[in-house]
Design a protein around this ligand. Structure first.
Ligand code: NAP
Length: 283
């Protein structure tokens, strides 16, 4: 049976370690501050923003939520981002995704000053990661790497397969794994023969948003399986959150596996705080 990678507990320990950094910054007169921009009425986004606010509060990090409904004029959003960019009291800016359909996420995110781009989503920070230069790295991939290292410190030379190529998870994660000297395969919806390719993975990360897609037939015995997917499904008349991976069946073959919930999710929020502190340090 696989080791269960307890993301909730690992995130708690990590956050506890980071509290000292917050205190140090405050002793130097810096009050770390993240601005969270939430547009529209997506219930999942509201839950994520509330979690971010709550964790920031417990870590002594100031958070300000800028909440708008989807009727907000895009120009007002642009004005807000520009204002936050020059506000010396704000160190980190997050534009919560997804945005309602009438907004262009890439256009708006690129208005964020790369020095305040806490989720590393501006083209500038994505390019730096691609080039192997220092910059802000997206939180979820950082969290995935952290979880991996709790079960396998040396990952160089392993075959890592990432399912999903979004700019928020799959692409930056494949770069991080490459930088860690893994052999990396990045799969997407046009990839063929997924099962047999996945069966060659020492590390399998699924970030597709396809509920219970990955069953035991995709798994090489002894692989480490990280499930980034968060999918809301109906089960026996009630709503339930599941990952991309069939947890019980895959646990029988994998060496280690993350659950959903309480796997990658808490690490994403923890790394948002980590990145905020980094940005506050070098403001
Ligand atoms: P996304 O932008 O929708 O990207 C999904 C990716 O999966 C795309 O690259 C897509 O390929 C690929 N894909 C979809 N169906 C596939 C299939 N049948 N076979 C192979 N590849 C397939 O999603 P995202 O924003 O990266 O998020 C992915 C999942 O992770 C979602 O469930 C999301 O809720 C979750 N998530 C969780 C966290 C966390 O903290 N736990 C953070 C972020 C996201 P194409 O590019 O070809 O379309």
């Amino acid at each position: 049976m696989a080791t269960i990678i307890d993301g909730k507990k690992i995130a708690e320990v990590f956050c506890e370690q980071m509290k000292e950094r917050t205190l140090k910054l405050k002793r130097h007169g810096v009050n770390p501050h993240i601005a969270l921009i939430n547009v529209g009425n997506d219930p999942a986004s509201s839950v994520y923003v509330a979690k971010k606010e709550k964790l920031a509060a417990t870590m002594g990090i100031l958070s300000t939520v800028h909440k708008f409904d989807d009727s907000i004029d895009e120009n007002d959003l642009i004005t807000l981002i520009k204002k936050l960019n020059i506000d010396k009291e704000v160190h980190a800016i997050l534009l919560q995704s997804p945005l309602p359909q009438n907004f262009q996420f890439r256009k708006l995110v690129n208005l964020i000053d790369p020095r305040k781009d806490v989720d590393g989503l501006t083209t500038m920070n994505q390019g730096r990661l691609f080039a192997g230069e220092p910059g802000v790295v997206p939180c979820t991939p950082l969290g995935v790497l952290h979880l991996l290292r709790t079960v396998r410190e040396q990952i160089a030379g392993l075959h890592a397969i990432v399912l999903g190529r979004s700019s928020i998870v799959g692409r930056p994660l494949s770069q991080l794994l490459l930088n860690a000297n893994c052999t990396v395969t990045l799969l997407h919806s046009y990839s063929q023969d997924l099962k047999s390719i996945c069966k060659t993975a020492d590390i399998l990360v699924s970030a597709m948003g396809k509920p219970l897609f990955i069953d035991k037939e995709f798994i090489k015995p002894g692989a480490i399986v990280i499930d980034v997917g968060v999918n809301r499904i109906e089960s026996n008349g009630s709503k339930k959150i599941v990952g991309d991976v069939v947890f019980d069946a895959v646990s029988e073959f994998a060496a280690a596996i993350t659950p959903v919930p309480n796997g990658v999710g808490p690490m994403t929020v923890a790394y948002l705080m980590h990145n905020t502190l980094n940005l506050a340090c070098c403001h």
